[in-house]
Design a protein around this ligand. Structure first.
Ligand code: F6P
Length: 319
């Protein structure tokens, strides 16, 4: 293996730059040339490649977003798109590819390995929804962003003695809601992975207000539905003054936390190791704080579940 490439794909996540830096520097450490592919799989198809010297990844470890840009590519889903991508990789004499992204991006990487081109995945998404790994790059930062926002909401919620519904991202996964919910002492956490009863949520609000609570926070994962709808229902059922905040893409930006920078650095380096060991068709994962390689097929066969012990504890503590 002499030359490897790296791209970022799907929704960006804080820490992707730290992962790119790690791939580039670890690659150079082993005497490899490293090429960056811009705009994800679209860049593979369009041949949008740039050489990545050591200096090209200076001053990016602390930056959110991705210096390689990202995209969700429709054209790469076609057989012609995949053929063109492999053709360009071969034209550039690239021997292996690191794909930093989510589940969909890994399925794309596997299309390449099925065509005989070595590719490995590095899990980068704020959603933490990739089966086979305990954590993904960007999740910790997103949770910290959410709690910082909710801390601010708390101030005004207390002043006005209101109930706040905060809708958070996560696509079909409730991880951000669960972690932010425990970290912020939310009254209720609504996630797609657990059933909920509006009556119970309303009862809990009533218990809190009887105890003299000045405000309430309810976190709704976007996979459950619209926070605005939930807010309307709660207002109708309680008559309490209710406000809804949809945090949206704020959760995707910002400087990565120390935890995400370390995770990204470890995972990027492991991806290079996997390619050097000819362990393609794998994704990097972290399990019990060990960074390992996991076959794509094994990961695709698993189902992601948020850590429900955290959800259960949050429920107990919000009594
Ligand atoms: O996958 C990351 C994510 O931010 C999800 O939480 C969200 O559902 C989705 O991407 C939003 O996608 P887009 O940036 O395309 O609107």
């Amino acid at each position: 293996m002499k030359r490897i490439a790296v791209l970022t794909s799907g929704g960006d996540a804080p820490g992707m730059n730290a992962a790119i830096r790690s791939v580039v520097r670890k690659g150079h450490h082993h005497g490899l040339e490293v090429v960056g592919v811009r705009r994800g799989y679209n860049g593979l198809i369009q041949g949008d490649f740039i050489p990545m010297e050591l200096g090209t990844v200076g001053d990016i470890i602390h930056r959110g977003g991705t210096v390689l840009y990202s995209a969700r590519s429709e054209i790469f889903k076609t057989s012609e798109g995949q053929d063109k991508a492999v053709e360009n990789l071969r034209k550039w004499k690239i021997d292996g590819l690191v794909v930093i992204g989510g589940d969909g991006s890994f399925r794309g990487a596997q299309k390449l390995t099925k065509r005989g081109f070595p590719a490995v995945g590095v899990p980068g998404t704020i959603d933490n929804d990739i089966p086979g790994t305990d954590f993904t790059i960007g999740f910790d930062t997103a949770v910290n962003t959410v709690i910082e926002c909710i801390d601010r909401i708390r101030d005004t919620a207390t002043s006005h003695e209101r109930t706040y519904i905060v809708e958070v991202m996560g696509r079909n996964a409730g991880d951000i809601a669960v972690w932010a919910g425990l970290a912020d002492g939310a009254e209720s956490i609504l996630i797609p992975e657990a059933p909920y009863q509006m009556n119970e949520i309303v009862d809990r609000l009533a218990r809190g207000s009887k105890r003299g609570k000045k405000h309430s926070i309810i976190i709704v994962a976007e996979g459950v539905g619209s926070g605005v709808d939930i807010g309307r229902q709660i207002k109708e059922m309680t008559g309490a003054e209710t406000r809804v905040t949809v945090l949206g893409h704020i959760q995707r930006g910002g400087s990565p936390t120390a935890s995400d920078r370390v995770l990204a650095s470890r995972m990027g380096a492991k991806a290079v190791d996997l390619l050097l060991e000819e362990q393609s068709d794998q994704m990097v994962a972290i399990r019990r704080n060990e960074v390992i390689g996991v076959d794509f097929d094994e990961a695709f066969g698993m189902k992601h579940q948020p850590d429900m012990s955290i959800y259960d504890l949050a429920e107990i503590l919000a009594i």
